[in-house]
Design a protein around this ligand. Structure first.
Ligand code: NAP
Length: 278
């Protein structure tokens, strides 16, 4: 029998704990969210983040720049927020318009306020095992494994996907927990065979139903990071849930798995930033 990991429930517990912690702080944690242009999906994400902040007692300030905003305008805003004592976390919502360099903008954020964990200093600290801000989705995956007491040490973990925000930081997170980690990507040969060796299989590639039953070892833990829309407009993950679930020992659904954890871990990073900066 497989256990379906309830990300919504774990995320709610994280948020409740944060709420209690924030109530005891002398300084109210606050995040600044920058949006450039009017990407519809980003508007929904930002609204959800704002709601989570409200619930926990975290201050939220939104900065909207026009679609045609210039490089200096964005960098100046980041600099201003870096210096503001009442702002503990800065989040630049992606995507931003193509004429702007998102890497340059991420790098301009003070790493002590980099609650997304995208700054090279945080990425570097993660890779050498120092305390830092960890990218929220990988942090959420690890938190879920911990909450379900899933042993990671000595296990074969296979990650499909090597993006800077999910796959790569997950490698470090799992290595730090003493897993043996293999990463697959679009040029990997024999993915099925590699995936089948996994005790913990993490799909983070953004291809609906990519992970099929023939790729999964009996008893594997299957974590589905993917968020895709199928032909009917329904949210689906990267795993063929229906056929993989009977084989797995633990599995995350989509929606209601990794998704809710990402915002919870962002909130956790803001509280951590406020505590460090106060
Ligand atoms: P991304 O930047 O597009 O990266 C996708 C990765 O998957 C790349 O490394 C790519 O390989 C690899 N890949 C693509 N097709 C492949 C294939 N056929 N076989 C093997 N590897 C393949 O995506 P991302 O930002 O990491 O996001 C991945 C998925 O997670 C998306 O569905 C996204 O919506 C979702 N996501 C969810 C959350 C959440 O909160 N749950 C957060 C972030 C992302 P190459 O490097 O070789 O191109």
């Amino acid at each position: 029998m497989s256990t379906i990991i309830n990300g919504k429930e774990v995320a709610q517990r994280v948020r409740q704990t944060l709420k209690e912690e924030v109530a005891k702080l002398e300084v109210k944690p606050k995040i600044a969210v920058i949006m450039v242009g009017n990407d519809k999906a980003s508007e929904v994400y930002v609204r959800n983040k704002s709601k989570a902040c409200d619930e926990i007692g975290i201050g939220f300030e939104e900065f909207l720049l026009e679609e045609n905003a210039q490089r200096e305008e964005l960098l100046n805003l980041i600099q201003e927020l870096n210096l503001r004592k009442d702002i503990h976390g800065i989040l630049l919502q992606s995507p931003i318009p193509k004429h702007l360099d998102i890497r340059e903008a991420f790098n301009a954020i003070d790493y002590r306020k980099d609650v997304d964990g995208f700054h090279p200093i945080n990425v570097g600290k993660l890779s050498i095992g120092e305390d830092c801000f960890v990218s929220c989705t990988p942090a959420g995956v690890i938190k879920m494994l911990e909450e379900y007491n899933i042993e990671v040490e000595g296990k074969n973990a296979v990650i499909i996907g090597r993006s800077n925000i999910v796959g790569k930081p997950l490698v470090q997170c799992l290595l730090n927990k003493n897993a043996t980690v293999t990463v697959c990507h679009s040029k990997t040969k024999n993915i099925e065979e590699i995936a089948k060796q996994a005790d913990i299989l993490i799909a983070a590639l953004g291809k609906p139903k990519f992970v099929t039953a023939n790729m999964v070892k009996k008893g594997a833990v299957v974590i589905d990071v993917g968020i895709n829309r199928n032909e009917e407009g329904k949210l689906v993950g990267d795993v063929d849930f229906e056929n993989v679930e009977p084989l797995s020992s633990y599995i995350t659904p989509v929606p209601g798995g990794v998704g809710p954890m990402t915002i919870a871990m962002l909130m956790s990073n803001v509280v951590k930033a406020a505590k460090k900066l106060q």
